[in-house]
Design a protein around this ligand. Structure first.
Ligand code: FES
Length: 150
């Protein structure tokens, strides 16, 4: 009887599995969270002016910075379009507030949570203008209290 021929494919496979197991064992159990790189210029110049925004207006800037500009009876404010639950973009709902298409969180027009699963309100950002009567500028790097109006 002839001795069994060595099985190079089986040996190679065993070595690959052993190396993979060793690599997995050497991986840290939790990778350090990396903050996104800071935006070198978080200011966004909008196409709107104070005069162009009448009370009750909600302007969508999701594609130009990920925020909404809103005017109410007290002034103008900007708030993030990023849902505080898991980061989806919220959608304005006909002047009633904002809804998240991912898990159905609802926010009122000021960004307060009306329905979860989100638990935190939408962040507000500083609004200024680029010169008197000029375009409104939203600074995504400067969070402000939800009651601040421009
Ligand atoms: S990401 Fe908005 S509700 Fe989950």
């Amino acid at each position: 009887m002839k001795p069994a021929a060595p099985d190079p494919a089986g040996r190679r496979s065993f070595c690959c599995m052993a190396c993979a197991a060793l690599a997995l064992a050497l991986l840290p159990t939790s990778l350090p969270a990396q903050a996104p790189p800071a935006d070198p210029d978080p200011r966004r110049v909008t196409a709107d002016t104070r005069a162009s925004l009448k009370a009750g207006t909600v302007k969508d800037y999701r594609k130009a910075g990920g925020f909404y500009l809103v005017a109410d009876g007290a002034g103008i404010y900007a708030l993030t379009a990023i849902c505080t639950h898991n980061g989806c973009k919220v959608v304005a709902e006909a002047g009633q507030g904002f809804g998240c298409p991912c898990h159905d969180s609802e926010y009122d027009l000021q960004g307060n949570v009306v329905q979860g699963p989100a638990r935190l309100p939408l962040r507000h950002f500083e609004v200024t203008e680029q010169g008197p009567g000029g375009p409104l500028v939203v600074d995504l790097g400067k969070a402000v209290d939800a009651h601040v109006r421009f």
